[in-house]
Unconditional design. Sequence first.
Length: 133
Amino acid sequence: MKRSGILNAQLSRLIAALGHKDTFMIGDAGMPIPAGVEVVDLVLVGGVPTFKQVVDAVAADTVVEHYTVATEIHEKNPELEAYLAETFSDATMDELPHDELKKMSASCRFAIRTGEFTPYPNVILRAGVAFPA
């Protein structure tokens, strides 16, 4: 039995299979996931697990070199925007309108669905490498 880190077997397998530049999404309970993108559905009830809980676990297990958020996060959820900037301080960031972020999610290897119910807690992450490039 695995002792620490991500214990969800599906999510652990998907993270371990990521290659450099592969993308994946962490989103809220209502984020539409395009057909063909594997979903890791962690939501239990509204607010459980939180977006931050999932991001913290993923960030501890995954090298992230870049992330993309919706432009609307600036106005609708600045606290979460600051949290992402701090959590992924070594990564580059860009933004685009929420509708474009949803379209971009179609190219993700997988998507993680959280129980989050706050505005715009959706991020697309791009895997980095664990050694000097």
